[in-house]
Design a binder for this molecule. Structure first.
Ligand SMILES: [Zn+2]
Length: 232
């Protein structure tokens, strides 16, 4: 990761980082819960494995589609805003210049200086200045639907293998606790990692995702057990 100015900027990679963390957390929580639920019904190792693999494939696909749709609509909204702004800039350049200056005045810049800043920024990159300061869109970080889709699917597929690999190596009697323990440890590590990259407090980020995962596994284990008793 490059740090051209010595200062660590965090928001620039927010888009893909968000997709990766979301995909990884979701993969562990949903695949582990699914497998624990099936295991709690006293199913065979083979059945648990099939459930885990099917859950991993289905989850990765659904994650990709979901991210694609959500990030696409975000991008559509950004593009519509930019198109509207272009028309306004072409139609009423003076009003737009005043509007930009007023944005800086509201942020605490003196009127005269604000006008100068607005003029110079407009001379340099008029649309860019309006996008950043009026619309809050960074032209360098437009939403990227395809990138979000494949990153979340790849993260999901990678981390969904944690509970599956645990199933393959754990002794039969330890299946459920082993899957739960390894999955929760991975969640804690991911939470801390995500918190670190995002500049958030580590403990809080790790605790949030681990508690959520533990709750999901407990609920599916209970439901799997009830169904297992009822069906057998
Ligand atoms: Zn404007």
């Amino acid at each position: 990761m490059s740090r051209p100015y010595g200062e660590q900027h965090r928001s620039g990679r927010a888009g893909w980082l968000r997709a990766a963390v979301l995909g990884s957390d979701d993969a562990i929580v949903s695949t582990a819960s699914l497998m624990i639920g099936v295991a709690a019904s006293a199913a065979s190792k083979e059945s648990i494995l099939v459930a885990g693999v099917a859950g991993l494939v289905a989850g990765a696909m659904s994650m990709a589609v979901g991210e694609y749709v959500s990030v696409s609509s975000q991008r559509d909204a950004e593009q519509a805003d930019v198109e509207l702004e272009k028309r306004e800039l072409a139609g009423e350049p003076q009003a737009e210049l005043n509007e930009l200056a007023m944005i800086y005045v509201r942020r605490g810049v003196e009127r005269e200086l604000a006008t100068k800043v607005a003029e110079q920024l407009s001379a340099h990159d008029r649309l860019g200045a309006h996008m950043r300061d009026e619309l809050g869109i960074d032209p360098a970080s437009f939403a990227r639907p395809l990138q979000a889709a494949w990153i979340s699917a790849a993260s999901f597929a990678s981390f969904g293998t944690v509970p599956i690999a645990t199933l393959l190596v754990a002794p039969a009697a330890w299946r459920i606790p082993a899957i739960a323990a390894l999955s929760l440890m991975s969640l804690a590590a991911l939470g801390a990692f995500g918190g670190r990259l995002g500049g958030a407090p580590l403990g809080r980020a790790a605790l949030r995702v681990t508690a959520g995962g533990a709750l999901a596994m407990t609920v599916t284990a209970a439901i799997g057990r009830i169904f297992g008793v009822a069906l057998n």
